[in-house]
Design a protein around this ligand. Sequence first.
Ligand SMILES: Cc1cc2nc3c(=O)[nH]c(=O)nc-3n(C[C@H](O)[C@H](O)[C@H](O)COP(=O)(O)OP(=O)(O)OC[C@H]3O[C@@H](n4cnc5c(N)ncnc54)[C@H](O)[C@@H]3O)c2cc1C
Length: 412
Amino acid sequence: MSKQRYDVLFLGGGTSCGYAAAAFRERDKESTVAIVTAEDQPPYDRPPLSKKFIVREDFVPEDIHAKDPSFYKDNNIDLFLQERIAQLDAESREVVLESGHRLEYGKALYALGSSPIEIPELLQGESATLRTTQDGLKIRRQLAGAKTVAIVGGGYIGAEAAAALLDKGLAVTIVERGPHLWSRFESREVAQALHAYLEQRGARILVNTTAVERKPGVLVTSDGNEVPADFVLLGVGARPNLDVARAAGLEMGESGVQANSNLRTSDERIWVAGDVAEYPDVVCGRTVRIEHHLHAKWTGEKAGAALAGETSAYRRVPYFFSDVGELSMILRGDPRPDHQVFTFGDPREPLISQVFLDPGGIVRGFIDLRKDYKAQEPLDEMFEQMILAQKNLSDRIEDLQKPSFDLLDLNG
Ligand SMILES: Cc1cc2nc3c(=O)[nH]c(=O)nc-3n(C[C@H](O)[C@H](O)[C@H](O)COP(=O)(O)OP(=O)(O)OC[C@H]3O[C@@H](n4cnc5c(N)ncnc54)[C@H](O)[C@@H]3O)c2cc1C
């Protein structure tokens, strides 16, 4: 079988790899570089998949590509599409593809992302999980002619998809194991407001129950409900793709590939980024593994710079966003259960802002839900700076306790 050699290989070809390859090329124009992915698309951004992509026929995969197709050619980045990595031999620095092709490398980025959790007995008939553009296109095809949809799992993908499907005029039922939507989210107030919003929009939400069986046109729940379902979307979470790294002997953390704060693994020639990376985060002050878009982008950019020789620590304020219908939610930093929480706004609008202080009074997190995302931007920027600077707000507690306090006054 054929063999090629590259100075740098970007393994996975998803969000992190796209931004990593671009960041690397900005710094190094000479090294030979390739991206390897199991998918049929070059790197792209996944967030639109659960928002517009599944319901808009005019939306094509190219619309969410991270870079123009000419970018890879112009920058001498070879693309291996639809090539699944079977093995990573860290000792001989070689990647074996399922096609039998072998690629040798000098350095590599391991960014294989996550795969959706599958429940085979529910993935029968018209049904799907959602991770890729192929999944999105399949969902669109299966929705043609459908009137009723059941969504298993009320996390952010389930809630975003529900809003999009309601917009399309479908009857949507969400089956959620917890007491309300987003039941594992850091803010119960925001989770409950999203739940109420989707119910107002017409979603039927069944809580404290699980889906157990798929029959033609129906989804059966553990408490005996028969939910009408021409189509079933399974959105019960994802697991990081660690098998190839584990088999290669890379040191593992609790739930990801262990790396240092520069995102370098136990193998000094391999870095990680995105969903698989577990590392000591200097902003959060603890070891983390994060599954969010901007995290994948930023750790990708950092890893790309590290592959080109930069040795500093990754230092960004974590950022999770979700758009559910007209609502925009942002989470900045690292809100924790032992933090003191100050809540502003009116959940009925809904408009909720929450500030999280650690026991020493230092700002650690900010969560905001509202319709007017433009009004969110200055708050987002202000809290990003405060969290980065570890701003102590002990002397502003009195202000924070006033429900009418304007948070932007913290700038003063
Ligand atoms: C539908 C959807 C909506 C989302 N919306 C949001 C959002 O609104 N906000 C937010 O913050 N985050 C969102 N996310 C999360 C975010 O997209 C991910 O955290 C991000 O894509 C992770 O990037 P990554 O590079 O680690 O992995 P991925 O982007 O998943 O890339 C990994 C790539 O590796 C490939 N691969 C895996 N195994 C192999 C193998 N053996 N051989 C070759 N290739 C392989 C995969 O096919 C994939 O292309 C969303 C995710 C999904 C699925």
